[in-house]
Design a protein around this ligand. Structure first.
Ligand SMILES: Nc1nc2c(c(=O)[nH]1)N[C@H]1C(S)=C(S)[C@@H](COP(=O)(O)O)O[C@H]1N2
Ligand SMILES: [Mo]
Length: 427
């Protein structure tokens, strides 16, 4: 599959060559080049990189330089700007704004000077079309704050073999922040949904990369049931601060548990539709997975695809960092991590220090509220000095466990949730 031949909108255009090199380089940088492991863009130790795809390049990782953002975020794409958070930077209970990943499909709009005058329109299959300013939204509705995971639909994509097109996320297309706003359901109730209301269509102020004002850069939507879930929110604050422009400020949607693309930034309009929405990001293979599993890399048939809704179960090790070194004689390691499972919860975390030959149960915290992530800790014993890998796997509340390898290949690489693995060196 020749990735450079993939054409189309910003959603489908591949930057494989560039990304492959950053993925690899990111790995090298994390490891400080001192451990005998190389990466493949999947952020996994070399022992598991067999057959995984990105070609090696001598270039170093590209770190983000952006006002208000950590310079340890790794750039996956520049046009549009996309940056992920290395797992070890997701060690806080609440992801600080400066460490939160960035995903854009189009141009980043200029920051508004007057946030409270920002207008949102609700139209389509409603009894009363609404035009409401952010100021009115704040004063007319009761604000709620919830800590919820936002995760890019392509998170874990770098684990696919052959490579799937799109940004080569390892596990860092996710974060968990405190979002303040109003349930979308309250606003939709005020507009009065007609019986025909089936799906939402989200529109925003960001221009398409081409600059063509008539082309939305991204316009996704969700089934009306998800829109009416009280956790689906219109939000204007993140971790108690006014929502930063780069994260969609002054106002965006948060549709927790589902592919992040439904969480429209710079929200200007929600049109209620009487059928599934068909905006950019809704059709063909965008945010879709195969119904009947397909041969990896083969030509895909759009008829065999369904929309990806809930994200799959995932766990990450947030401490130690991949490539950490410990003094000779270290016999015990304390591990910390995070886990989440789309619309579900995580019921169990297991860790292994012997390449999966044996597993040990970790201590798993409860979520603060639905859609919060669950932090976990474990203490593992090491039998000797040397090179070890630490693996983590989560099991969701329905019993689905993370696989060893990203499976159910699809052209745009959704649903990749292979176990997270780090390498450590003792002595
Ligand atoms: N208007 C607009 N909203 C958007 C996007 C976008 O390109 N434009 N990207 C989406 C995608 S794909 C994701 S994963 C999240 C990323 O949100 P963040 O940049 O705040 O992390 O925003 C979503 N909302
Ligand atoms: Mo995304």
């Amino acid at each position: 599959m020749n990735m450079t031949q993939v054409s189309g909108s910003s959603l489908t255009t591949s930057r494989r060559g560039f990304l492959g090199s950053t993925g690899l380089a990111a790995m090298g940088a994390i490891l400080g080049g001192s451990l005998p492991i190389s990466g493949d863009g999947g952020g996994i130790p070399a022992a598991h990189a067999q057959g995984a795809a990105a070609p090696a390049a001598p270039k170093g990782p590209q770190y983000l330089k952006f006002p208000g953002k950590s310079d340890k975020l790794v750039v996956l794409g520049e046009k549009p700007l996309v940056a992920e958070t290395p797992e070890s930077l997701l060690d806080d209970d609440t992801t600080p704004i400066d460490k939160f990943y960035i995903r854009n499909n189009g141009q980043i709009p200029e920051e508004t000077k007057n946030p409270d005058a920002w207008k949102i329109t609700i139209d389509g299959e409603v009894n009363n079309k609404l035009e409401i300013t952010l100021g009115e939204l704040k004063s007319k509705y009761k604000a709620v704050t919830r800590r919820m995971v936002l995760e890019c639909g392509g998170n874990g994509r770098a684990g696919f073999s052959p490579p799937a097109r799109g940004n080569q996320w390892t596990n860092g297309g996710a974060g968990c922040a405190e979002w303040t706003g109003v349930p979308l359901a309250e606003v939709l109730k005020a507009a009065g949904l007609k019986k025909t209301a089936t799906y939402t269509a989200h529109y925003a102020a960001d221009l398409h990369l081409s600059g063509d004002a008539k082309k939305p850069s991204l316009s996704r939507g969700v089934r009306i049931e998800k829109a009416m879930d009280p956790h689906t929110m219109i939000v204007w604050a993140m971790n108690g601060q006014p929502l930063p422009n780069i994260h969609g400020g002054p106002v965006r949607l948060i549709v927790p548990g589902w592919a992040g693309s439904a969480s429209q930034k710079w929200l200007t309009r929600i049109t209620i539709r009487d059928k599934e929405h068909d905006g950019p990001g809704m059709t063909e293979f965008s945010y879709r997975v195969a119904i009947k599993p397909m041969v990896p890399g083969n030509k895909a048939d759009p008829k065999n695809f369904r929309i990806l809704e809930s994200m799959p179960v995932r766990s990450i090790i947030t401490n130690p960092a991949n490539g950490a070194k410990f003094a000779a004689g270290t016999k015990e390691l304390k591990l910390r991590g995070a886990s989440w499972a789309g619309d579900l919860t995580v019921k169990q975390i297991d860790v292994s220090t012997d390449f999966g030959a044996s597993w040990q149960r970790a201590k798993l915290e409860k979520p603060k509220n639905k859609y919060d992530w669950q932090r976990w800790t474990a203490t593992v014993k090491l039998p000797s000095d040397g090179y070890f890998e630490i693996w983590t796997r989560a099991t969701d509340s329905r019993g689905a466990m993370q696989p060893h390898q990203a499976g159910f290949w699809n052209p745009q690489g959704y649903g990749g949730n292979a176990m997270h693995r780090i390498a450590v060196l003792v002595g």
